[in-house]
Design a protein around this ligand. Structure first.
Ligand code: SF4
Length: 347
């Protein structure tokens, strides 16, 4: 039988395990806190659980801690980090410092099955889902790196790196629980954003599971046919279904949804596109982030010109859409949106 990764267990799973071993339930909470409050890297760091129990945990489970492999710092102080996984694979995360916050962008999969045509990760293909601990470790290690390199702790997390989080639903949700639980890392929910390309049934499930974090949707085009050209998975998950799911999401959670919109020259930056985007926004409590595209080696997409971005922005703004243009960060180290793709993975 394959042993389970101990860090894929929820608190309830740990309690079940301790019940089976005829141990008191408070031991489960003790272990949970060692794992997620103290973020220990090895079982022998635990000091208040009997050695015989620790040996049983060690022999029946395994550890999947990740290690910092390398990092690069951009001229704008954005840091891209590579993490080494237990099976020799690598994922990337990014620290994005700005005036009022220091944000970690983390990954949920190695590669990505969505295969967006403009995205370096998508062009790598899909390798595997990350485990719960592998997702949370990125925050722990990026926080250390941020303290060392920038002299500041992380303040925000965006789940916007490699992979589609709602296609690694169970482990992403557990990671969010560990990040936000007062028994664990106690992150404020409104400082965490999960970004999805739009998987309708998972959006509804996410609303019901209600981890309380913010939701962003990578819209990138307001018309079904254009979306399909950019995002192959859009054929399966249509815009109509996604927008319907988002209306329900807003109803259930009472939250505002953010639409992420990558500005691609002569692809999705016309006034017709802007007009349709305004129509969509008028039906859903939402705001829009316009994201200047960053060239990806080997891909044919070109960034929209500053003029076109500004005209698009003005069109939305004049129609009372809550819109902003997001600054592109870390371009000189390939750390910007859509540029994460660990070349080492393919070696
Ligand atoms: S943009 Fe996001 S969803 Fe699309 S391929 Fe890249 S990582 Fe996957």
């Amino acid at each position: 039988m394959i042993k389970p990764a101990i860090r894929n267990f929820s608190l309830t799973d740990l309690e079940q395990w301790f019940i089976q071993k005829q141990q008191p339930l408070y031991r489960a909470k003790q272990l949970y806190q060692w794992l997620w409050k103290r973020n220990i890297r090895r079982i022998d760091e635990i000091t208040n659980i009997p050695k015989s129990l620790l040996r049983a945990i060690q022999s029946e489970t395994w550890w999947d801690v990740i290690e910092l492999f390398s990092f690069q710092k951009a001229s704008d102080l954005t840091i891209k980090a590579s993490f080494f996984l237990y099976d020799g694979l690598i994922v990337e995360g990014v620290i994005i410092p700005s005036n009022d916050r220091t944000t970690a962008c983390i990954s949920t999969q190695v590669g990505c099955p969505v295969r967006c045509r403009f995205c370096a990760t998508g062009n790598m293909g899909y390798v595997r889902n990350l485990n719960v601990g592998e997702i949370v470790d990125q925050v722990v290690l990026l926080n250390r790196l941020s303290t060392d390199q920038l002299g500041t702790n992380l303040t925000n997390i965006v789940i916007m790196g490699m992979g589609e989080p709602l296609l690694n639903y169970e482990y992403t949700l557990k990671a969010l629980m560990h990040l936000t639980s007062p028994e664990a890392m106690n992150w404020s929910k409104n400082r965490i954003t999960l970004s999805t390309v739009g998987i309708p049934d998972r959006i509804i499930q996410f609303a019901h599971d209600n981890p309380g974090v913010k939701l962003a949707v990578s819209l990138h085009a307001p018309f079904q046919d254009k979306r399909e050209q950019l995002i192959p998975l859009a054929k399966k998950y249509t815009l109509i279904d996604i927008l319907e799911a988002l209306k329900n999401y807003v109803k259930i959670t009472n939250q505002v949804v953010t639409f992420e919109y990558l500005m691609l020259y002569n692809v999705n930056d016309s006034i017709d596109d802007a007009r349709e985007l305004v129509r969509i926004c008028s039906t859903i409590n939402s705001k829009v982030n316009l994201i200047p595209y960053n060239n990806v080696e080997g891909l044919a997409f070109v960034p929209s010109t500053e003029d076109k971005i500004h005209t698009f922005y003005k069109f939305l703004k004049n129609r009372h859409i809550n819109v902003r243009i997001r600054k592109s960060r870390g371009q000189d180290i390939d750390a910007a949106c859509g540029q994460l793709a660990n070349k080492l993975v393919n070696k």
